[in-house]
Design a protein around this ligand. Structure first.
Ligand code: HH2
Length: 280
């Protein structure tokens, strides 16, 4: 099983670690730490040295209640860091929903677009379709960061996420985006309670029937804080355990802040024979 991205065809036989680089002053987990370009560039280099397979650069915070910065501000934060990151030898993903940012990111050499709104903003899908090899991550959410916490009523959260991700996948295919370019993400914490998130982890394997690799982002999230009683800066062990659990239940890409610890843990998991063969 592979994931086709612009410059790299990623072999998912080994689970891939996507390192998070937040270029925002207000992220829930590391807000403001990398909001100068130099600090963000140094962080990209650190994550690659730590073993990141992919970098994910985000200039919009999607924490509950966050206000979007707007495309101009996103581009201002992104440009110097993306231009440097594409020279580091790993695929670079840009976490954005703004078509203007997507187009600029593609022009500056991004390999992947990671859109928590699944290319639903007017013009976003056309940007993706116009680029013949850009990878895409499609994620389940409802509403917007400032409304999503009120949109958590589900009959069966796994069935609904399955249906909606399937619809997004078909929409992308119909627009001419080859499915080899697409990975799917159930969107941990996006319009979901902790109970929903745990249910999605326990029944994660049901999402494999969509036929595309799964990308999961549990790192430092609130459900881990609720479970352990720990603040966001003390969720390393819980985040690594969650990443391993995701991989054991079939995820092939984990989106994490703590790359070195996750890479080491996955090496042990692999050596112990606990990483399942790629199912899709
Ligand atoms: N989570 C966040 C942002 N982008 N993208 C995908 N595909 N999956 C996720 O789970 C996901 C995501 C939120 O986490 P973080 O980037 O740490 O925080 P913030 O949005 O506050 O910058």
């Amino acid at each position: 099983m592979h994931w086709q991205t612009r410059r790299f065809r990623l072999d998912l036989d080994r689970p891939q670690v996507m390192g998070i680089v937040n270029l925002t002053p207000d992220s829930f987990s590391d807000g403001g730490r990398h909001d100068s370009a130099d600090a963000a560039i140094a962080h990209c280099e650190r994550l690659v040295a730590d073993g990141a397979d992919i970098l994910d650069l985000g200039a919009e915070s999607t924490r509950p209640g966050a206000t979007p910065p707007g495309p101009e501000e996103e581009l201002r934060r992104l440009q110097p860091v993306l231009r440097h990151a594409v020279g580091l030898g790993v695929p670079v993903s840009v976490d954005t929903s703004e078509p203007a940012v997507m187009a600029a990111a593609a022009a500056w050499g991004a390999d992947i677009l990671n859109d928590v709104r699944s290319f639903t903003r007017p013009g976003a899908l056309s940007v993706l379709a116009a680029e013949p090899a850009l990878g895409a991550c499609v994620m389940h959410m409802r509403g917007e960061p400032d409304t999503m916490n009120g949109l958590t009523a589900y009959h069966d959260v796994v069935a609904e996420v399955h249906t909606v991700l399937g619809q997004h996948l078909h929409r992308l295919q119909a627009a001419g985006v080859a499915s080899a370019r697409v990975v799917l993400d159930p969107g941990i914490g996006f319009a979901k309670t902790a109970a929903h998130n745990w249910c999605l982890l326990q029944r994660q394997a049901e999402l494999l029937s969509l036929g595309r690799p799964l990308l999961l982002g549990w790192s430092r999230k609130g459900s881990l804080g609720q479970l352990t009683g720990r603040p966001v800066g003390e969720r390393l062990a819980a985040s690594v355990a969650a990443a391993l659990a995701c991989v054991q239940r079939g995820a092939r890409i984990v989106r994490v802040h703590d790359v070195a610890a996750t890479v080491d843990a996955l090496k042990v998991w692999q050596a112990a024979g606990l990483v399942p063969a790629a199912a899709v």
